[in-house]
Write a protein that binds this ligand. Structure first.
Ligand code: CA
Length: 221
C-alpha cells in the first residue's frame, strides 16, 4: 500500500538494501536499521505503519524486539523474517492478529503481498456506531466535527466494544483485542484504559459511554 511507512529491521546488509530498494519502488516510505536496539530508538508510535523484522538479529531476538515495540505503543502489523525451518512452537504460539511470518529465502513479490495484506487488514477495520467513528489510519475517534487521538491499544479496545454495541465484552476478550498475544495485562491496567476511553468519549461529546458489568467486562452503551 503506497505511502505507508515501513521500518525494516535486518542485519544482513545485502538483504536490507534489497528490501529498502524494492519496498521504495513499491511505493512505501522505508526506514532501515540493522539491529534491535536501533529499532527501539528509531520507532515512534504513530510514525510507522508496519515493521519488517528479522528474527535473527545480532543483539536480540526479533520476537523480543517486537514485544518491546508493543510495550512502547507500536501496535502496527509486524512481518517477521525467519530462517526456513525455524518455525517452532514458540514462534507459532507467539503469532498475534497483526503478525505474519516469511521464511528466508523469499520471493520479493511475496513479501510485498504479505505486507500489503497485513496493512490492509489493519486499515480495513473502519468502525462506525451511532455518532462514533474510528479512523484506523490516524487512530482517531471521531464524533461529528470533533476528533481525539487514541493510542493503538485504546483504538483496539474501543473497536472491540464498538463491534458489539450494547453487548458485554468480557475482560479477557478486551485484553486479546488490545494487547499482543500472551501479554500479561492486569485488571487494573485494563480499568485504566477504559477510564481513558470514557474521558475521550466525553471529550468528543459522544452520547455513548462505557458501562462496567461487574467482574465480567464492559459494554458500549
Ligand atoms: Ca539476521
Amino acid at each position: 500500500m503506497p505511502g505507508h511507512r515501513v521500518l525494516v529491521v535486518e542485519d544482513d546488509h545485502g538483504l536490507r538494501d534489497v528490501l529498502a530498494r524494492g519496498l521504495r519502488q513499491a511505493g512505501f516510505e522505508v526506514t532501515t536499521v540493522a539491529d534491535g536496539s536501533t529499532a527501539l530508538r528509531t520507532a515512534r508510535p504513530g510514525e510507522v505503519d508496519g515493521v519488517v523484522l528479522d528474527i535473527g538479529l545480532p543483539d536480540a531476538d526479533g520476537r523480543d524486539v517486537c514485544v518491546a515495540l508493543r510495550a512502547r505503543g507500536i501496535d502496527v502489523p509486524v512481518l517477521f523474517l525467519t530462517a526456513r525451518g525455524a518455525l517452532g512452537d514458540r514462534l507459532s504460539g507467539f503469532a498475534s492478529g497483526g503478525d505474519d511470518y516469511l521464511p528466508k529465502p523469499f520471493a520479493f513479490p511475496e513479501l510485498v503481498a504479505r505486507l500489503t495484506a497485513l496493512l490492509r487488514r489493519a486499515v480495513d477495520q473502519v468502525t462506525v456506531v451511532g455518532d462514533l467513528e474510528l479512523d484506523p489510519v490516524s487512530h482517531a475517534l471521531l464524533c461529528g466535527d470533533s476528533r481525539v487521538a487514541l493510542s493503538p491499544t485504546e483504538f483496539r479496545l474501543l473497536a472491540r466494544l464498538i463491534g458489539a454495541p450494547g453487548a458485554v465484552v468480557r475482560r479477557h476478550e478486551l485484553v486479546t483485542a488490545g494487547w499482543p498475544h500472551g501479554a500479561i495485562v492486569s485488571e487494573n491496567t485494563l480499568d485504566q484504559y477504559v477510564s481513558k476511553l470514557r474521558r475521550k468519549l466525553a471529550e468528543v461529546g459522544s452520547d455513548h459511554g462505557i458501562e462496567a458489568a461487574r467482574g465480567v467486562g464492559f459494554r458500549l452503551v
